[in-house]
Design a binder for this molecule. Sequence first.
Ligand code: C2E
Ligand code: CA
Ligand code: CA
Length: 661
Amino acid sequence: MFLQGTYNGWIVALSGVIAILASYSALNITSKISHAKGTTKYFWLMAGALVMGSGVWSMHFVGMLAFHLHAAVKYDVWMTLLSLLASIVSSFIAFYITMPKNVNWIKIAFGGFFMGSGIVTMHYVGMAAMIMPVELSYDRTLWALSALIAFVASYAALLLFLRFRNQSTSSGLKWLSAVVMGFAICGMHYTGMRAARFHGHGTAQMPDGPAVDYFLLYGVTVTIFLILFVSWGAMFFDRHVLERMAFLDALTGLPNRNEMNRFFESHHGRDEIGVLFLDLDQFKAINDTLGHHVGDLLIQEVGHRLRRFIDADRSAFRIGGDEFLFILKRCRPEQAEQLAGDILQSVKQGFRIEGNELYVTGSIGISIGRLGESDLLRKADTAMYKAKGLGKNRYCVYTDEMGIKEVRKMEIEKDLHQALDRGQFYLVYQPKWNVRRNDLHGFEALIRWEHPRLGLVSPQEFIPVAEETGLIVPMTKWTIEEACRQCKEWHERGIVQPVSVNLSAKLLQTDHLMEWIPGILRDVALAPRFLELEITESMVLYDIQETVRQLRFLRDLGVRISMDDFGTGYSSIGLLDRLPLDTLKLDRLFTQDLDTPSKRAILQAIVLMAENLHLDVIAEGVENQEHIDYLTQLGCYVMQGYYYGKPMRNDDMEQWIRAPR
Ligand code: C2E
Ligand code: CA
Ligand code: CA
């Protein structure tokens, strides 16, 4: 005889709620693995599979408790546990396949297949775990239908969820996918139950027990809610604790750049705020010489000191390696400057780190403006660079003038790249004059840049940029080629004069010159003695031996070498006899200072020394007759300066040469 079961409607509803809640939690938990790294990934995967597996399992048992078969039923413990395991393992596989970032529909189909098989296996193993005095058989069509529901609905649920998992606004759609997954579980279960046929033996009819085993019902329900509760706890922890950590700097415990961005994005108002951008001056050197470990400890200590300046209106951030930022609410300029001064003072105190006594200083840029102005940070940064430029260990308040300079510098940096290809450079030539022979002594080639928008840009402005970016190398090659070509052309027109070209430090750090110069001279058929290269003392200091080697090679070719701007900067007189030189060019500042007796005495000594070293002396910056008189008295006869001629283009040169003098 067939036994007919009856359902308790409330418990059926409970089973549906369990299925949906478990699906929702499991999907959300596992979706975390798409941004998680390393072992955290597996943590979320395990947690998701556990919630999903036990959810399916609980739903099944609550569903079974809703079903009252007028027969006593017990469960085989091992088979029951096996059904739980099947459910967890298949959820794990399904999530493992589908949850990483780039999934396609094939992966989702596989995922749906494993999820579905898990639900089906769980159900029928769970059924087999029943120990009861009745026989169980299944209707094949309904059995197949139950499996189909599990597969299709699992696939649909995964598809939906994966489509919307990254949109925080679509939590409704996430719930929808949980409902579809719940439908996969419950639909399968109740269809599976319809497929079940219970055959009684008549005599085996048991006396009616209580309609529902409440003990089991509460047990299973409490367990599943406990699991859900724990999983929500984990997600809460993740959102509110781990995510918070993403906004803190691990080394100093100060808020990090993310937090700073969040501050600027989320705070708007009419209040004036001050932004202080602090950058340590010697950090890179410390990192390079003492190692990153010491560097890290130093940053930690600096962070510690900066903490003292934090209060309700002042927050500090670590926004990069050795960069810190202060934001001052309701800020008056004097307050910002006061704080900057205090910070610099505090940073300047020595640090004891692992037995090293370390001294660092900082440079601070300050900008003040309305909250919500997007460029406050950039302005503070600009002012910080200004502070560095002024010699470090100081602060600078941003001014609009700095901004204009900054914009111009950026434009120069951006456009310098194409200037050579676009033919925007040209050379001008300044004559050198020998007063004793009253004759031309040669020309110095000086570069000019005709910028399409900014007009004529001075080499003082773009040469440093070219040096920073390495563009100086091709630029110098062009200059030497152009100057040699021009020089050759003068020779052909009867102006037989040498030309000098300025070098840059970058060039002596490679072998470029030794490669180029013989080739260039050969190509234009210019005798080497007509080319002169101007170096400066700072270039030599980089690597004296290497410089000497290259200069000697060039000088052996016949090229002449002169020391430019002599007397400024390093004044390494001790090096003069080691360097293969032909000429000393006295810096403009000497000429300008000749009315000071002490300066005249120094110059006298230099001229004497040069004579003994068999060096020619050229005075730069000669602007008037007085200069000429002083210089000739001191024994210097070759001069260059506005008095004789400004740097000029080749076209103007002919006129200059023909002019009576
Ligand atoms: P420098 O090599 O000392 O060049 C002399 C500078 O003094 C030139 O400025 C020239 O115009 C200026 N000058 C000449 N006579 C007088 C004078 O009587 N009074 C005053 N006040 N100034 C005078 P310029 O052309 O602006 O060049 C500036 C600097 O830029 C040069 O100083 C040189 O260091 C660099 N430079 C120029 N052209 C090149 C180049 O082709 N390559 C490299 N690497 N540097 C260059
Ligand atoms: Ca020069
Ligand atoms: Ca010079």
